[in-house]
Design a binder for this molecule. Sequence first.
Ligand code: BES
Ligand code: MN
Ligand code: ZN
Length: 491
Amino acid sequence: MKFSARKVEDASKASSACAVLPLFKGEALKGQAKALDKACGGAISASIELGDFKGKTGEGHTLLGCGKLKRVLLIGCGEKKSFDRAAARDFAKGLYTALNHLDAKDALLLIGEIPVTDADEAWLLDMLARDLTSRAYRYTETVSKPRPPMALNKLVVAGTMSKAAAEKALATGAATGEGINVARHLADLPGNYCTPTHLAAQARMLGRSHKQVKVQILDEKKMRELGMGSLLSVTAGTDEPAKLIVMEYNGGKKSDKPYVLVGKGITFDSGGISLKPGAKMDEMKYDMGGAASVFGTMTAVTQMNLPLNVVAVVAAAENMPSGRATKPGDVVTSMAGKTIEVLNTDAEGRLVLCDALTYVERYKPAAVIDIATLTGACVIALGAHATGLYANQDELAEQLLAAGTESHDRAWRMPLWDDYTRQLKSNFADLANIGGPGGGSVTAACFLSEFTKAYDWAHLDIAGSAWSGAPKGATGRPVSLLTRYLQDRAG
Ligand code: BES
Ligand code: MN
Ligand code: ZN
């Protein structure tokens, strides 16, 4: 979808397939609304008087034919005094629903006179562009008759900001939305399509399309040379080759320390020899949701040309049982030199991540954030609404929480206490890969924290937030949070 901004003196003289008029509940028509009402013979005020349009937040009502405007779409904004960010999001949802029903190819949104109580117009435009872009996502890859795309492909916004400022806000929102869609697409792809090799090819494509992005793919041979025995133990049972994918975006000065993103990219998690039960096992194609969000965030960051350096690393592998698979009780040696007793081959995410987290030490990062569908326990603890956040540094935690609040892609901080780390003691290795029945999301994070002492680090457990079960589909989280975080770092 293309977004642009323009000034509109008199909407009734503008031409568009659809003029969108936001209206507060119970407010007298004024300005553009009054002019439009007059131009369409009082149809707007009549709709309100008859009660056909009540102005509830997100409510849509279409009127036909008004000069060069083929349609006028009224969208309710509720009470003016309670039009806050949450109401604005409901407005956006209603706007999408109404526009998706119409066959209009372009629309003119008269946003000028709806102030958000706790945000400015730039926030509103950014949110609208992001929301409309991501709602327009369709999964098409492996279905013969996919849901048709939205007819609308051009939205012109008439607000009170300058054209340049409005278009900047729209462009950043659209870039974030496109990043979300990249993540959703990769995550929704079936495991037989989205293999580690496919993810590597995606990275190469990103590298080809942006000259500031350098891509490097480490194969199993290279990983063996580096001593990544933990990561390689996960891929031992599958025929799909594992890949460590490295994408370096250089938007900042050479001397700027990079922000490093590390994504869990298990393209299918059967559990391995500690095989998962059959119910919903198909959803384990989403076990590369962390990797998908890394690709999505890189898409947004490169599109915005953010003036900072970002290194994205994806640990991509498939977790399968076979005669060569790692067995419970096996001891493996990580790149950091720590030995790990694999008590459960289904706790594989931490095994691939620990080696990737050691690998990124070489970048002397400003901060490292890993993103992983790490534990079922996180789904029990927080459900779908909050991503689990862990950090070894308070300021980093605060910054990520703030980015989540700002972008409505929220996280909630969890503890990394030694009391939990003690659950990982092993008689046969430096660490066990599971910590008993209690606090599973925390012990998984504590396992990772043993490998991240060299830098400021945060871990996002997105097991509950990365996809939804009904209707089944990827959410694209936490692309918004990560993108916002990086935008904030870029100043
Ligand atoms: N990918 C799963 C975590 C998961 C499960 C995410 C369900 C979303 C929904 C992870 O690899 C895993 O299997 N974790 C185990 C850990 C356990 C063996 C300590 C789990 O959560 O059951
Ligand atoms: Mn698992
Ligand atoms: Zn997993």
